[in-house]
Each structure stands twice: as structure tokens, then as C-alpha cells.
Ligand binder design. Structure first.
Ligand SMILES: NC(=O)c1ccc[n+]([C@@H]2O[C@H](COP(=O)([O-])OP(=O)(O)OC[C@H]3O[C@@H](n4cnc5c(N)ncnc54)[C@H](O)[C@@H]3O)[C@@H](O)[C@H]2O)c1
Length: 253
């Protein structure tokens, strides 16, 4: 599992939420393509364990426990990561978690939790990373969702949708502000992804959701990581301000 290609050779990368799911898949894939990747996760020890497995395979991975909803802790993680790597080329804002409820039942606590844990954390991380990226150029990848544009009959996604729509707005604005510094800023919008957070979806609901994806399956973490790899690499050097749907056609129906 050592380095397989130089697509990201020399790239110094921060990825949030590497303890499991899409973030873990991306950390492994980016490292296998030559990047140095500092990860993090709020679950105690999860980012460290994932990175240790990659290190054993000879890959340049590390990870620490940090709650990005704590602005000072997020700032400290960015500073430490940049210092360790000697700079920053790519920031992948993957981590996020939300609370769902029909709007009639949604509490202010659920609303605020979702906005903080899916939108505010992007500010907490991207703000301290910005000066490092504008100093020489780089790529920011934000994780939005089809929920940013589409309502859901399946779950009460009001707060989640609002937060992810905010991620898209932030992406557009930073793409414009970053352009003169050669900082590209793009978003990935997954449909349903088979990761630990969706593992408790009942089989019948999963079957219905799968049918809503014209390609006839839901995504894997690797599907999303492959798109992020492209956006992190110089192969996407003329792409900024876009939302790439990685949803098997879900948003086209
Ligand atoms: N799974 C899906 O169907 C789906 C669909 C659309 C968008 N997304 C988005 O994709 C991203 C990744 O989701 P996933 O499917 O891998 O979920 P996941 O829950 O399996 O993994 C997310 C990881 O981020 C970490 N994390 C969450 N909040 C954090 C915080 N405050 N500080 C540090 N780490 C934190 C979690 O502990 C977890 O390890 C999220 O932004 C999510 O909203 C997921």
C-alpha cells in the first residue's frame, strides 16, 4: 500500500474528520498518491489510529484528536499541521455532523448544533489556513451535499440543508477572493454515501434511497475521495467555484 503515483507529490494537505468514512478514505488515497496528510477527528484516538495504519504502510500520514467546533482548538490544529509540514497546499473540509427532525419538531438546539458542526467549523478551520494557502496558491475542497439544493421526503433535513447551502455560498465567495492568489475553492456534493454515519439506515429505506440513484447504487467513501483527489491535484488547475455532484445522478432526476 505504499505510494502508487505522484499525482499529489509534494502536496501538504489538511483533511478534517479522518477517523472514519470519507475522510479516512481520502487520507489513504491522497497519501497513496504522494501527499503528506495531517488529519484530525473529534472521536478520541480515531485519527491517530487511522494514521498509524497508514504510517506502517510507509505513507506520510498523521492525525490528532480535536473538536473543530472549538474555534481555538481548530486554530491550533491548523497551526500545528502547517508547522509540521512546512506549509500548506490543500485543505479538505470533510468533517461534519448534523441533527435531523421534522421542522415542526426541530428545536433551537438541534438547529444551532447543525449550523455549528456543518458550517461554522469550516470558518474555524479555513480562516487560519487562508494566509498559508494564499501564500503561493492552493486548493480548498468543501463538502456540501445534494441536500444543499434538494428537499428530502425521507428525513427532517432543514438544518442540514441550510448548513450545506451555506457551505456552497462560502465556496463561491472564497473562489472569487482566492483567485488572485491562485487559491481554488470547490465543493463536492455527495448523494447517499455508505459510511458509518449512514450504517443505521433501515434496509427498506436503503433500498428506496438506492433506487433514487440512477446509477443503481449508493456511493462509497472512495467514490468521494476520488473526486477530492482530482480537485486537490493540478489536473483541476482551471476549476474553481464549482459544485461537483458525486451522486450517481441523484440530483438529475
Ligand atoms: N454519508 C452521506 O450519505 C453523506 C451525504 C452527503 C454529504 N455528506 C457529508 O460528507 C462528510 C463526511 O461524512 P461521512 O459520511 O464520512 O460521515 P462520518 O460520520 O462517517 O465521518 C465524519 C467524521 O468526521 C468527524 N467529525 C465530525 N464532527 C467533527 C468535529 N467537530 N471535529 C472533528 N471531527 C469531526 C466524525 O467524528 C467522523 O469521524 C460530512 O460533511 C457529511 O455531511 C455525507
Amino acid at each position: 500500500m505504499a505510494v502508487e503515483s505522484p499525482r499529489l507529490a509534494g502536496k501538504r494537505v489538511l483533511i478534517t474528520g479522518t477517523g472514519r468514512g470519507q475522510g479516512a478514505a481520502a487520507q489513504e488515497l491522497f497519501c497513496r498518491h504522494g501527499a503528506t496528510v495531517v488529519g484530525c477527528d473529534v472521536v478520541e484516538g480515531a485519527a491517530e489510529e487511522g494514521a498509524a495504519r497508514l504510517q506502517e504502510a510507509g505513507l506520510a500520514a498523521s492525525g490528532v484528536t480535536v473538536d473543530l467546533a472549538d474555534m481555538d482548538a481548530a486554530r491550533g490544529w491548523v497551526a500545528q499541521g502547517v508547522e509540521t509540514m512546512g506549509g500548506l497546499d490543500v485543505l479538505y473540509n470533510n468533517a461534519g455532523t448534523s441533527q435531523f427532525a421534522p421542522f415542526a419538531d426541530m428545536t433551537a438546539e438541534q438547529w444551532h448544533f447543525s449550523i455549528v458542526h456543518e458550517l461554522d467549523i469550516l470558518f474555524y478551520v479555513t480562516s487560519p489556513a487562508w494566509a498559508h494557502l494564499t501564500d503561493g496558491g492552493g486548493s480548498i475542497i468543501n463538502t456540501a451535499s445534494v441536500a444543499a439544493l434538494l428537499g428530502s421526503k425521507m428525513n427532517g433535513a432543514a438544518a442540514h440543508s441550510a448548513a450545506k447551502a451555506g457551505v456552497l455560498g462560502l465556496t463561491k465567495q472564497l473562489a472569487v477572493e482566492g483567485a488572485k492568489h491562485n487559491v481554488r475553492v470547490n465543493a463536492i456534493s455527495p448523494g447517499f454515501v455508505d459510511t458509518p454515519v449512514t450504517s443505521n439506515v433501515p434496509p427498506e429505506a436503503k433500498r428506496v434511497i438506492t433506487e433514487m440513484h440512477p446509477l443503481g447504487r449508493v456511493a462509497t467513501g472512495r467514490d468521494i475521495a476520488d473526486c477530492a483527489l482530482f480537485l486537490a491535484s493540478d489536473e483541476s488547475s482551471f476549476i474553481t467555484g464549482v459544485e461537483l455532484f458525486v451522486d450517481g445522478g441523484f440530483s438529475s432526476v
